[in-house]
Write a new protein. Structure first.
Length: 433
């Protein structure tokens, strides 16, 4: 039950303009237990992270996320696996994400697969469109039709319409409990092009609009970001559904205050306050709610870094009966790598694997290409790392989905490993029957 709750929490993060564009982006950074930062600097990449909850004075693990990177682009996330904590141990993966990029390194597609009844099945998919300046222009979210698991249903979309001087408007739509709901956001900017105000309106027919929310933002005195920086940043993280955002965003926001439109007036709702250290690292974030006639802090999040300026953990506390108690913690683990190893795409590996169709149902075609002459050994592993089938004697095979004993394999994630001489390659595939 706990795994399903965590799964839903991850799947339905706030993604659209009605939440306040600047606020929603920054809130993903603020709440580290709902965020997957990618790098802190050019020599490190995130290996995995562990989320825990405080229970009777002890930290109890709840979710672990691991990250896989492209060989040709060691700093670019290829896929992400999420595991739930079950009876004192990490279970099988409950969520699997993979990402597809364009030539500029921006995510154009992402697919979320989840474990249901011990089988990995497709659940959610996103598509993003960018213009010639690599600015995001449209983002769409789909969920699978659980009646046939082959049809994707459009759940929501968001359009960015750009004007001059890095100004833009946002229109979005979602299916709210079977009804159309449209949103429109307009922005005000300061002399540097930074967003200072966002006003969002809501409509049920895209013609008759009413005010919905208002967000006011202020910035740290040493912030030197511009409107172009913000557009570049949201374009880099929106397509990945916020799961691959960098921790060091190019914006030092001091506060963000949200209002609701009620009875013809803007009424305070909640605000977020950011605190920075001398190195301009975020070290604390307060979440305040408007109660009666004053701001009351309900949550505090504290951040800790290592000697390399990599985030090591974040701890969120909540106010209970006048005292502050720990609620959740996220620990971050980093790998060191040399940024010069971030190779160009033209580098040809010693051996390559192609597998289709993806995902597959009954059979999977596997083809390998190698620099050296010979035939590879092709092995297929399940998500636990157990080998279930091996092939030799050909660089092109068809796997019928059965193991070495002729038993049909279950839905889920599989790994194909091709080895020839000293060269090897690994590819991930998904079976959905």
């Amino acid at each position: 039950m706990k795994q399903r709750y965590l799964l839903l929490m991850v799947a339905f993060l706030p993604l659209f303009a009605q939440a306040g564009l600047l606020n929603q982006v920054l809130s993903q950074v603020q709440h580290a237990n709902k965020n997957y930062p990618q790098f802190q600097n050019g020599d490190f990449r995130l290996s995995h992270q562990i989320m825990s909850d405080k229970d009777e004075g002890l930290w109890v693990p709840s979710m672990k996320s691991t990250f896989n990177y492209f060989d040709s682009h060691p700093s670019r996330v290829e896929s992400m696996l999420m595991y739930g904590w079950d009876e004192g141990a990490w279970g099988d993966p409950v969520v699997y994400y993979d990402f597809e990029y364009n030539a500029a390194g921006l995510v154009i597609n992402s697919t979320m697969n989840v474990t249901m009844e011990s089988e990995m099945v497709p659940f959610m998919r996103t598509e993003s469109v960018f213009d010639s300046q690599n600015r995001i222009t449209r983002h769409e979210t789909f969920t699978i039709d659980f009646m046939d698991f082959e049809t994707w249903i459009l759940d929501s979309w968001i359009d960015f319409e750009y004007g001059s001087n890095n100004e833009f408007e946002i229109y979005s739509w979602d299916d709210y409990e079977g009804y159309d709901q449209y949103y429109h956001s307009t922005f005000s900017y300061d002399s540097s092009g930074r967003i200072t105000e966002e006003i969002s309106s809501v409509s049920m027919d895209s013609e008759n609009w009413t005010f919905d929310t208002r967000d006011l933002s202020t910035y740290h005195p040493q912030d030197n970001s511009t409107g172009a920086d913000f557009i570049a940043y949201i374009s880099s993280i929106y397509g990945s559904t916020f799961f691959l955002m960098d921790w060091n965003i190019p914006i030092l926001v001091a506060s963000d205050t949200s209002y609701l439109w009620e009875d013809g007036a803007w009424v305070p709702d909640y605000r977020t306050i950011w605190e920075y250290d001398g190195s301009l690292r975020r070290i604390r974030v307060d979440d305040d709610n408007w109660v009666t006639d004053e701001w009351v802090t309900e949550y505090k999040t504290f951040y800790t870094y290592d000697a390399n300026d990599n985030l090591t953990n974040s701890i969120t506390q909540y106010s209970y009966a006048g005292t502050w108690e720990d609620e959740s913690k996220t620990e971050y683990f980093w790998d060191s790598y040399t940024s010069s190893d971030d190779l160009v795409q033209e580098v040809i590996p010693a051996i390559e694997i192609k597998a289709w169709p993806m995902p597959f149902s009954e059979s999977l075609n596997i083809s390998t290409t190698a620099k050296s002459v010979g035939t590879p050994q092709i092995s297929i592993y399940n998500s636990r790392g157990q080998i279930i089938r091996e092939f030799t004697g050909s660089d092109q095979i068809t796997w019928d989905g059965k193991d070495s004993r002729g038993r049909d394999s279950a839905n889920g994630i599989y790994f194909i490993r091709a080895k020839q001489d000293k060269a090897s390659a690994i590819s991930k595939v998904i079976r959905v029957k």
